[in-house]
Design a protein around this ligand. Structure first.
Ligand code: ANZ
Ligand code: ZN
Length: 812
């Protein structure tokens, strides 16, 4: 390049200060413009600082927001801090500082980093889940859930991390290990606060139809909720009853044995004397396995006979009762009727232990199969056989009939089962929202009156975990001891705190009215801003945060607080940025890229441009410093172009029609691509434009009016540089306030292209035609070509493939 006129270190802070001074990105609460609420998942301000992965999604939504503002929308693009959580607590314990201080330091660092990237947040709406004025409302929502019976206490075996000394939700246990620290988890009985998310299970599925989420996000949520329609059926074992859940009640005549989960309470009651030692050994073994080890399909199934028999209520035959750990205690009733002919797991088990296999469903599509062929299972739907009054019916008819029969004979009924469990809402941490409940000797469990909120965390020097598994708060007498709100007698506070998913379950609402101290946000502001128009976040949050926040929103809707049934209209997800070596960026690999270093070396606009250019937004992409350096070179070139234009006193070059058209096309493409989240192709369109504008050492310059258009379309992607070159050409209007340029449709349409004509994929002619030529017209012209005529003579055209603007192919 040789001439370094572009100096991002100088111009970037300059424009950032200018935007801040003029509050350029402040969203208006009442505006005649149409609103757009653009949301990106707010970060956990960790000690490590910002990651280049953050930069990707934040920049993408920034580019989008900047475009929308120029297109006349009133845009709310806010930022805040999801700052409760275990890493801060552990860090604070280790370094003997208060989590409050650690959080403050981390936020400062993050904020400085975000500002250095020129992200157009409305900072006047910054929120922080750990500030009492915020978590007052998190506690308030808990109280509303409590009043409606949706928050309740329950003694249950919880996943316990012996290293973090805390209870974990199922979703925080990965392969039997603690998600945070990797230690092997254990089971522990404990009274826990639970939230009844299962009451919303059906609506969380059904209402997905009303929103525009990526299809894979919808599927993941539906599978996670795991709704199964079926029946519960009662079997008798002597004088005892056992219930099973089945999705295939139509196969009941093929149920040849029963299986109880090792934890099932009946096991010890029904086991025979002879089988007792074997069963006890087996139970010992099962206790040591995780759910995952027990259910993985390919795993060898094990089990043991209890010595007891049950009666199949349909066949009236006696069938053996087994214990096996492929049946989970936590699903359905922890017991199943086994139909080995039509269920793969039951089939494997029956083969292994020589249990009876009886076919009761015929595969109508497989006429080859013999009725007595018992080498494989048929798990599909078909026609019922060998089943008394069900014989001859289809699977769905048989389901309906057997359910009616079960109900009439008091042997069972239709039910729905969910994989989704209620949400374990207790944590034994210090650094979380205190649960606003007190325990009084006389009155029992008493909710804290709303006017006493927030219940704030005591700031203390020492809050190391207790050995008893209680929260560190349990050791702080000034926090624990209180008076009962009902009788004024002695009482003790709940010392469990909320999980770190609590604050993020309603945070977008707070952005609409962040300083309100009388409600979580005013009706009026929520009515104006909600729902969120576009929400971007990680795929890994699909079944946790995204589901939890939809649940809270629905609850708040039901009690008349929020105006929309769903919180987010549209949900998209960014791909990850891997390290240059293709691995995940990680401290332990030493391959982490720090965005600060990149801003320092190349400038924020180059980093922004690179992260938009690097690949399709939703795809996982490896980092490339060479790519970043290339983007810097491109911006050098862009800067010099405008610089030279000013030097020549804005004199326009003699321009070809192609160049005039190219500008129109670029304006169109950049706007449309950003709208469609195709940032990479928007950047490449700009690069193509600048390639064409340089001939040898000479630049082609457009008219001043058109040069301004170029600055405007650069602005969303490289806002500092665009503002700087804009200031060369225009002193009165600020770039962030101008209108997005129009393009000339006619110029684009009139452009001629070369259309390729193929017969069976082979090139036979090229036509010079209008760029927007349609299929019928292209076909007509192509069929007039001699070379094409020759190839088609006497043959029948089977298919015509037309790619607009590129080719037409005749398949014969
Ligand atoms: C008899 C049967 C016959 C079944 C057949 C399937 C096919 P989903 O769809 O996941 O809900 N089941 C029930 N409770 C279980 C438990 N606690 N642990 C392991 N398996 C359990 O699965 C429901 C089916 O899984 C039920 O339907 C039951 O097996 C099994 F041809 O009952 B089925
Ligand atoms: Zn009391």
């Amino acid at each position: 390049m040789g001439n370094y006129k572009y100096n991002p270190k100088e111009i970037e802070p300059k424009w950032q200060q200018c935007w801040e001074k003029h509050q350029s990105f402040k969203a208006e609460d009442n505006s005649l413009k149409e609103k757009k609420f653009i949301l990106v998942e707010f970060p956990y301000p960790s000690g490590a600082g910002l990651h280049v992965g953050h930069v990707r999604s934040y920049t993408a939504l920034d580019v989008y927001s900047r475009l929308l503002r120029l297109q006349g929308f009133n845009v709310l693009y806010p930022m805040g801090w999801d700052a409760f959580g275990l890493p801060t607590e552990n860090y604070a314990i280790k370094h003997k500082i208060k989590p409050q201080q650690a959080t403050k330091d981390n936020i400062e660092k993050f904020k400085k980093q975000l500002k250095s990237l020129g992200l157009s947040y409305d900072w006047s709406r910054e929120i922080n889940t750990t500030s009492p004025s915020y978590y007052k409302w998190t506690q308030w929502i808990f109280l509303q859930l409590y009043k409606k019976g949706l928050a309740y206490k329950h003694k249950m075996p919880i996943n316990w991390c012996p290293s973090c000394k805390t209870g974990l939700a199922n979703e925080e246990v990965i392969d039997g290990k603690c998600e945070r620290c990797g230690a092997q988890t254990e089971k522990k009985e404990k009274e826990q606060w639970m939230l009844k998310i299962t009451e919303y299970a059906d609506r969380l599925i059904e209402d997905l139809e009303t929103v525009d989420f990526l299809e894979k996000i919808k599927m993941q949520q539906i599978n996670w909720i795991g709704r199964s329609e079926g029946a519960e059926i009662t079997f008798n074992i002597e004088d005892k009853e056992v219930k099973v859940f089945t999705t295939r009640p139509d196969t009941i005549f093929g149920a040849t044995y029963l299986v109880l989960a090792p934890e099932h309470e009946l096991v010890s009651e029904i086991v025979s004397k002879e089988q007792k030692p074997a069963v006890e050994d087996y139970l010992d073994l099962a206790r040591k396995k995780s759910d995952l080890e027990r259910t993985q399909l390919q795993k060898d199934k094990t089990g043991v006979f209890t010595g007891a028999y049950a009666v199949n209520p349909a066949t009236k035959e006696k069938i053996p009762v087994w214990v096996a750990d492929y049946v989970l205690a936590s699903y359905g009733f922890g017991a199943i009727m086994s139909v080995p002919a039509h269920d793969d797991r039951d089939f494997d088990f029956a083969k292994k232990y020589n249990l009876a296999i009886k076919e009761v469903v015929k595969d109508l599509k497989d006429s080859q199969k013999q009725d007595d062929d018992l080498d494989s299972t048929f798990t599909g739907e078909g026609e019922v056989i060998n089943s008394d009054f069900l014989t001859g019916l289809t699977t769905s008819q048989a389901k309906a009939k057997i359910i009616t029969w079960l109900e009439e004979n008091n042997l069972g009924k239709k039910t729905v089962n969910y994989k989704l469990r209620d949400w374990i809402f207790s944590r034994q941490h210090y650094w979380g929202e205190p649960i606003p409940i007190v325990y009084c000797k006389k009155c029992g469990e008493v909710p804290v009156p709303e006017e006493n909120l927030p219940i704030t965390l005591p700031e203390v020097e020492n809050y190391e975990p207790t050995d008893t598994g209680e929260s560190p708060l349990a050791k702080i007498a000034s926090f624990v001891n209180t008076v009962c709100p009902k009788c004024q007698g002695e009482a003790k506070r709940e010392t469990d705190t909320m999980p770190n998913w609590a604050g993020s379950s309603w945070y977008w609402l707070r952005y609409t009215d962040p300083q309100n101290d009388r409600s979580l946000a005013s009706k009026e502001k929520m009515n104006y801003w909600l729902p969120v128009d576009l929400y971007n976040g990680g795929m890994e949050h699909t079944t946790l945060h995204l589901l939890y926040s939809r649940f809270w929103n629905k609850f708040l809707y039901d009690i008349g607080i929020v105006p929309s049934l769903e919180p987010y209209k549209k949900r998209i997800s960014h791909g990850m940025i891997l390290a240059e070596d293709g691995r995940k960026m990680s401290k332990s690999f030493g391959n982490v890229i720090n965005p600060d270093d990149m801003v320092e070396k190349y400038g924020a606009d180059s980093l922004r441009l690179f992260e938009m250019f690097v690949g399709p937004f939703s795809e996982t992409i490896p980092w490339s410093e060479q790519g970043l350096s290339g983007c810097r070179k491109f911006l050098d070139k862009v800067f010099n172009y405008f610089y030279d234009f000013r030097e020549t006193a804005f004199s326009e070059s003699d321009l070809s029609e192609e160049l005039l058209t190219l500008l129109q096309k670029t304006v169109k493409k950049v706007g449309e691509d950003i709208k469609a989240f195709k940032f990479n192709t928007a950047v490449s369109a700009l690069m193509i434009l600048f390639n064409e504008l340089k001939q040898g050492d000479n630049w082609y310059f457009y008219s001043l009016k058109d040069m301004k258009k170029i600055a405007i379309i650069l602005y969303p992607l490289a806002p500092h540089l665009a503002s700087e070159v804009w200031s060369f050409m225009e002193k009165d209007n600020k770039l962030e306030k101008v209108a997005w340029p129009q393009y000339d449709d006619k110029l684009i349409a009139q452009e001629k292209i070369n259309l390729i004509v193929q017969v069976n994929g082979k090139l036979r002619a090229t036509l010079t035609v209008e760029g927007d030529i349609e299929e019928s017209q292209a076909k007509q012209l192509a069929l007039k070509e001699e070379a094409v005529k020759r190839q088609l003579e006497g043959k029948e055209i089977k298919k015509v493939i037309f790619v607009p603007g590129r080719l037409i192919n005749f398949v014969v």
